[in-house]
Design a protein around this ligand. Sequence first.
Ligand code: AMP
Length: 440
Amino acid sequence: MSFASLGLIDPLLRNVQELHYQTPTPVQVKAIPAVLGGRDVMAAAQTGTGKTAGFALPLLQRLVQHGPAVSSNRVRVLVLVPTRELAEQVLQSFVAYGKGLDLRYLSAYGGVSINPQMMKLRKGVDVLVATPGRLLDLNRQNAVQFDQVQALVLDEADRMLDLGFARELDAIFAALPSKRQTLLFSATFTDDIRAIAAKILRNPLDISVSAPNAPASKIKQWVVTVDKRNKPELFLHLVAENQWTHALVFVKTRNGVDYLASMLDEAGYAVDTIHGDKPQPARMRALERFKSGDVHMLVATDVAARGLDIDDLPLVINVDLPIVAQDYVHRIGRTGRAGNSGVAVSLVCADEAPQLAAIEALIGKTLPREEVPGFEADHRVPETSAAGELIRKPKKPKKPKQPKVQGEQKSKPENTIMPGSNPFSVKKPRSKPAGKSRSR
Ligand code: AMP
């Protein structure tokens, strides 16, 4: 199967060739002809399957072949995405796939000044990639009107609902012309997503390119059990022992991100961070530095979990498991992309057994476990199975009656860190587990 046989025009074929895409991926094989033919599409496709080109290439072709030129403050293709990072990434994909076409593109999201976005909309744009909240702001201020919208794409629809955009989405659907093409992409298909699909899609082609909720099959995944307080030391030990040089590291809290990043920095690794409290330009900079190789370790909260396109990322390390099982699939989807192999390691403590059970139930397999000598867990992690059960209830760890370190609190997402305090521990950090040295 070739891209040419899918009916794409020459400029698009040239661009695909320049990007060294040899053959279309399964989602592209199905989506491209359907979208070119003007059909609605509903696709269960996670990041890494090539879904962006699956909708961007045929929509670009339709922009060239169908419909009048864009008027001022109008948009012809509207792509809704959950996060700023994904907005930038999808925009860059449109720009790359549409090189040489006479089309205008823009991304619009919150957290940055609205004025430049309003200025750029004055001339009209052919493709607008936006987060729902900022799009509605722009619409309310008359910077963008929807009467020329010929196609709507919902990208990572499940994530948009997770982030609480349901009301914004409804407002947007109500404002769009009813005669339009609609494409819906989602890694997972919950009842809520199906309800949206039933409401906004007309006779869609239903595409499922991998078992829903299954991570890309070429990712080798395993779990290392450990006590919570020893996670940072174990993490550094694993990085040094395995000579891991390039990894995306996920931590639940902002405290944890800052703590691990400072440990890595001290140990001589080039490290940067992404979390919700960082201004958008600093987040984009961190991502760019990581992609270019200036930074070897990127430590992030789940802000970074979805949609980031990082070529050839070999390794994802979950120092904490995500609260929501679907986020595990998204996190590890940063590796093993477009057919490459990848590794995903999760450090799991006793408290996280329910999350582990939920993840295993979601992906339909029990993850292999390891213990690292010197880091064996005092608080045993109860066994779990892909049936989604905790086989034995976790023993409640005895709470040591030690005074809290000043300013330390149980980690909760995106809180603040007191210098020097270990957010992985509710008691003073043990200096080093017996017999282990950080530099090994
Ligand atoms: P996506 O799932 O759209 O985020 O794409 C994942 C990665 O696959 C991106 O790095 C794309 O550049 C790459 N990609 C998309 N389509 C192809 C293809 N047909 N052949 C090789 N790589 C591709």
